[in-house]
Design a protein around this ligand. Structure first.
Ligand SMILES: [Zn+2]
Length: 280
């Protein structure tokens, strides 16, 4: 017979689980729906040329796949820059070597982006070490900034899209910092829009973002190209599907569902300079 001690322990475990897992998950879904339907302003895709900076091969499709396709359908020039080599996605796999995944993800990126209308001549791989951007020493960091600055100067985009400055994955946040440094270094003027990936999943926006930044959220409708975005995402088989029978997929179905909707969200602060430095 269940004694009172066991019963109380079970109740305690249930409450602990609800509080630590189910409640944050529920709040995360609520905030996502709020941002999508109430907390963001509608934005139309414009004719400005765009450079998409992606820390890893898949971020560009998750965050901006619809936008890329919509721009390309209007013949707007778009370039993609991948900062890391993507080697870490299967880092804990018992058999898979880090170096084995790099060519696979590169090939997937070319395939995904061709579905979105990007020629391979418009795609750049900087091949920095995946999951180690924050550990780059001063000279390697400066080299990366100069590489980005060179690409920015030669392409001269009207807009740059980059992962959110508080995206809850270090590579994503450092990519934002590297881009800002590159813009300063190249002395160009360009609109910077941040796309959220993990912040919509791992974070509580009301707690982590200032009101001014929350108010800068915009959404674009990607209804007409949603199926193309899905197709492009499916091209990343190594990320969306289990790589073998022994392991689960890198990107969980619940996470992917947040990106398979007919909208994309971008944060577009009115004053980038005041936002990027004074709020840090
Ligand atoms: Zn990423």
């Amino acid at each position: 017979m269940l004694n009172i001690k066991d019963f109380l322990r079970r109740v305690q475990n249930k409450i602990w689980r609800l509080y630590n897992h189910k409640l944050p998950e529920f709040l995360s879904i609520l905030q996502f729906l709020w941002l999508l339907h109430i907390g963001s302003k509608e934005m139309l895709v414009n004719q400005k040329s765009a450079m998409i900076i992606a820390p890893h091969q898949d971020d560009e499709v998750l965050g901006c796949g619809g936008l890329i396709r919509l721009k390309r359908e209007q013949n707007v020039p778009v370039q993609i820059v991948f900062v890391t080599d993507g080697a870490a996605s299967h880092g804990k796999h018992p058999k898979f070597q880090r170096s084995e995944i790099v060519p696979i993800r590169k090939q997937e990126a070319l395939c995904a982006l061709s579905i979105l209308g990007i020629d391979k001549s418009q795609i750049y791989f900087l091949d920095k070490p995946d999951s180690h951007l924050q550990y780059l020493d001063a000279s390697k960091r400066q080299q990366t900034i100069e590489q980005l600055a060179k690409l920015l100067k030669s392409f001269g985009p009207g807009e740059v899209y980059v992962t959110h400055r508080q995206d809850r994955i270090k590579d994503h946040e450092v990519t934002y910092e590297l881009l800002l440094a590159a813009i300063q270094y190249s002395e160009i003027e360009v609109d910077v829009l941040q796309y959220p990936i993990w912040i919509l999943w791992k974070s509580l926006l009301f707690r982590d973002l200032k009101l001014g930044e929350l108010a800068s959220a915009h959404r674009i409708s990607i209804h007409s190209v949603q199926s193309k975005k899905m197709e492009a995402l499916e091209a990343y088989r190594s990320q969306c599907l289990p790589i073998d029978a022994e392991t689960a997929a890198v990107l969980k179905p619940g996470f992917l569902r947040r990106f398979l909707i007919p909208y994309e969200i971008f944060f577009k602060p009115t004053s980038m300079l005041s936002n990027q430095y004074s709020n840090r």
